[in-house]
Design a binder for this molecule. Structure first.
Ligand SMILES: [Fe+2]
Length: 207
């Protein structure tokens, strides 16, 4: 069985999820896929169309409603049940540049058994540049386009960290900067060179 849907199926899943739970997450997902596709097009060993699909589906757990880290569990389970193992892997790994189930900004609104299930699934994965690219692109894309990593990182902590500055912030932010530098090195130039409109979105100019 294919471990990824084709493009029309992936888009239909995303649109169905958005009908169930409307919000900016659909446009964000499309932009994450687009960022990954732009970067992968310049790197041998990464498939631009594959990473686009993975970006479209990385947050598909949002279909179940407005949740915290539960979206990771729901997305992973939903895609596994459909047989899309590679997309399920990214629905899990996209939130873990630090490969530790405790290293999250949001609250774990899952049962302890569900967290344990995800923890074993995460332990079983060996990260590749595909996982790393989706982790990075999740933090380079917002609903209206591409943006500076720092802007998105602050935005996430502002949304999730209302109860206080979350633990792990320094370690996770360092991991995201490591990812950015990793892809800068692979490309031989800045990742931002490949993201059209990034300056306008970052500085809130209309494009
Ligand atoms: Fe995301």
């Amino acid at each position: 069985m294919a471990t990824l849907p084709d493009l029309p199926t992936a888009m239909a899943l995303l649109e169905e999820g958005h009908r169930r739970n409307p919000g900016p997450w659909m446009a964000h997902s499309i932009n994450v896929g687009a960022a990954a596709r732009h970067i992968a097009a310049r790197l041998p060993g990464l498939d631009p169309e594959r990473v686009y699909l993975l970006g479209l589906l990385h947050d598909i757990g949002r279909r179940e409603g407005v949740t915290g880290m539960r979206h990771v569990y729901d997305g992973h389970r939903f895609l596994l049940d459909l047989g899309y193992a590679d997309a399920a892997r990214i629905a899990l790994t996209h939130s873990f540049p630090v490969k530790d189930i405790g290293a999250v900004f949001g609250a774990w609104d899952c049962t302890p058994a569900e967290v344990a299930e995800l923890s074993s699934a995460l332990d079983a994965v060996t990260y590749t540049d595909e996982d790393r690219l989706l982790q990075l692109c999740d933090c380079l894309a917002i609903a209206n386009g591409f943006c500076l990593l720092e802007k998105r990182l602050v935005d996430v902590v502002m949304r999730y960290g209302k109860a206080g500055f979350p633990a792990w912030v320094h370690v996770k932010w360092a991991a995201y900067f490591d990812l950015l530098h990793h892809f800068d090195r692979l490309l031989g130039h800045s990742v931002y060179d490949l993201l059209p409109g990034v300056e306008a979105i970052t500085f809130n100019r209309s494009v």
